[in-house]
Design a protein around this ligand. Sequence first.
Ligand SMILES: C[S@@+](CC[C@H](N)C(=O)[O-])C[C@H]1O[C@@H](n2cnc3c(N)ncnc32)[C@H](O)[C@@H]1O
Length: 172
Amino acid sequence: MTVYRPGEDTYLLASVIEHKDLKDLDCLEIGTGSGFIAEKMLENGAQKVTAVDINPEAVEKASERLSGHESAEVFRSDMFQNVEEKYDIIVFNPPYLPSEASRIGDEEIWAGGEKGVEASEKFVEEAEDYLKEGGEAFFVASSLSELEVFDDLEVVDSRKLWFEELFVFKFK
Ligand SMILES: C[S@@+](CC[C@H](N)C(=O)[O-])C[C@H]1O[C@@H](n2cnc3c(N)ncnc32)[C@H](O)[C@@H]1O
């Protein structure tokens, strides 16, 4: 399986993280890929960062990237399946494109379900159980997917690209 290389969506979510004071906070990244965002969380003062991915090759890559950081742990997990603790901040740059797109291969990177939002909806549903009191969760979504389902969530940042607009939604 290919490991996702940081792109515009990665940088958008990373910039939200960079503007937050993470000092003394425990942070979790679902779908860490190369570990780029997890590393930003550490650089931004997080007390602890847990980074998980469904793709074992991403786990390997992110482990390499975060190996110098004692307060980081990386392991394989399908969403929250192997996550046992609660966190102050949880982030996910999910697969967010509608699956009928005429691409095949590496679906775990881009295919967010038929409407493009299914992986994110699952994240929103499950994250609640892994957030500490007062915790916050953030995820990326694209204008190419059926975003109406997130109408009641706050958009904290966005970026227009030539073919789509990316949003970072926050909840809790
Ligand atoms: C768009 S990439 C983002 C990677 C990285 N966070 C970044 O922003 O550059 C989506 C990542 O989510 C992972 N992923 C997809 N479904 C997942 C699931 N159910 N549980 C955990 N990780 C998942 C993929 O393997 C991939 O690494």
